[in-house]
Design a binder for this molecule. Structure first.
Ligand SMILES: [Zn+2]
Length: 159
């Protein structure tokens, strides 16, 4: 009785990209969006801050992002920072820096032209509701209330 001849090992499967190898970066020389592979895209970083008493949380997402996906990341990260970024005394200094940094990154993304989707590429993110129309943005009044409370406290102790 003879055993069957050994079979060659199966060929390793190649990783299949969701879009063709002729990526826009090869055609245009511009970076592709890391989310939807559209072009043009800008290499920017959006940040998020959370502060609770003495605990400070930071997270970020670095591009390149197309205009649509960059706007979506900006709105999500900025609205979360507006809601969660004021609840520590340190955050009163840190969160404005995060918000300004995100606004500068959005300005770079807004300078891009309308994204050219990659053929067969993944869908871009939906930008969603603008930041100032979100109910959570009302938490941005917290630092103003803190400042009013501080001024009133100082004035009542002076007089
Ligand atoms: Zn995109």
């Amino acid at each position: 009785m003879t055993s069957p001849p050994p079979q060659p090992p199966p060929a390793p499967q190649q990783y299949a990209l969701p879009w063709p190898a002729t990526a826009p970066t090869e055609l245009t020389g511009q970076p592709m969006c890391r989310i939807c592979a559209a072009s043009p895209a800008a290499p920017v970083t959006f940040r998020r801050h959370q502060g609770l008493l003495i605990w400070l949380g930071f997270s970020s997402l670095t591009g390149p992002f197309c205009r649509t996906c960059g706007t979506a990341v900006f709105r999500e990260f900025t609205s979360r920072s507006l809601w969660q970024g004021w609840w520590s005394p340190f955050s009163l200094v840190i969160n404005p820096v995060v918000l300004i940094s995100n606004r500068c990154a959005l300005a770079r993304v807004n300078k891009l032209t309308e994204p050219e989707p990659a053929p067969g590429g993944p869908a871009s993110w939906t930008p969603g509701t603008p930041v100032l129309r979100r109910r959570s943005s009302l938490a941005a009044l917290v630092p103003a209330l803190w400042a009013i409370w501080l001024v009133v406290g100082v004035l009542t102790h002076l007089y």
